[in-house]
Design a binder for this molecule. Structure first.
Ligand SMILES: O=CC(=O)O
Length: 311
């Protein structure tokens, strides 16, 4: 008999490998009986998985998260109920670091407004005076969160001959040795960097980490990149800093709230580029994430240790 699994609607390529041993029930249409019978939860999107949901599932053996960040899952509640939580670290790093660099280049070289200009009637001839950007090569990049993704960003930034600073909960001697990254307090990093890249997990410590005071420490030419979680940045403070040109630009793959309401003033600014939470969104990475998610799910259903358990 197949195991009943609660999940979000999954893409087509995910279905055959999941359905080998699972019957899928979608959160938004699952009945009380489905919750009562569920032996696993496959968290594909960011549905909040909290204690009341766990208590609706007395048979629950495992929660398997498609992705790295588990801030939408109440880990304490899961631990208290003896339910292991799995995630997919490692396989998302390259794609997320690629998008960090893409947003760095796109904000520095004003790609989105340039594209609009090139399509408009205003573009009548080559004009060396317009749309001047910032040079990425040789600039200083400050990485907040020198974990796996931060290290991949550093690796790519070296190809642009960037000077690297980092801030992390603890010193990372390997990153210092491999990339020549210099440790800084958050304040010093904000003051010295041309680009500040947020690549940290969302935790109690990083919620609201970048507010008005922190943005005020950045250079007026500084560019903020957020590939972490929207809640790491105080949205209103960021809006004001961009509106008042206290910083030059921001590249955001995540926002708080997410998505921003259509009438949010941040969406009116031309010095911000927003992508809809696409850090790991490449075909290859999505495929590997699927495999890792199912490995954790199936191991949990079998009562075996998860290959990647969140501790
Ligand atoms: O946001 C995506 C992830 O946490 O992997």
């Amino acid at each position: 008999m197949k195991d009943i699994i609660l999940t979000d609607p999954l893409p087509k390529f995910f279905l055959p490998p999941a359905q080998v041993r699972c019957e899928l029930r979608y959160f938004d249409s699952a009945t009380d009986a489905d919750f009562a019978a569920a032996r696993g939860i496959l968290a594909y999107g960011h549905v909040r998985i909290d204690a009341p949901m766990m208590d609706r599932c007395p048979q629950l053996r495992v929660i398997s998260n498609h992705g790295v960040g588990v801030d939408h899952i109440d880990l304490q509640a899961a631990a208290a109920r003896g339910i292991p939580v799995g995630n997919t670290p490692g396989c998302v790093d390259a794609a997320t670091a690629d998008l960090t660099i893409a947003l760095m280049l796109a904000t520095a070289r004003r790609l989105v407004v340039s594209d609009a200009f090139a399509r408009s009637a205003e573009f009548t001839q080559y004009n060396p005076a317009i749309l001047i950007g910032q040079e990425v090569t040789g600039s200083t990049l400050g990485i907040v969160g020198m974990g796996r993704i931060g290290c991949e960003v550093a690796r790519r930034a070296k190809a642009f001959q960037m000077r690297l600073l980092y801030h992390n909960r603890s010193r990372r001697p390997e990153a210092e040795a491999e990339f020549g990254a210099e440790y800084r307090s958050l304040d010093d990093l904000l003051q010295e960097s041309d680009f500040v890249s947020l690549n940290c997990p969302l935790t109690a410590e990083t919620t609201g980490l970048i507010g008005a005071a922190e943005l005020g420490k950045m250079k007026p030419t500084g560019i903020l990149l957020n590939l972490a979680r929207g809640q790491v940045v105080v949205t209103q403070a960021l809006y004001e800093a961009l509106r008042d040109e206290k910083i030059q630009a921001a590249g955001l793959d995540v926002t708080d709230p997410e998505p921003l309401p259509r009438d949010h003033p941040l969406l009116q600014l031309s010095n911000v580029i927003i992508t809809p939470h696409l850090g790991s969104a490449t075909g290859r990475t999505r495929h590997t994430m699927m495999q890792r998610t199912l490995e954790n799910l199936f191991a949990g259903l079998d009562g075996k240790p998860l290959p990647n358990e969140v501790k």
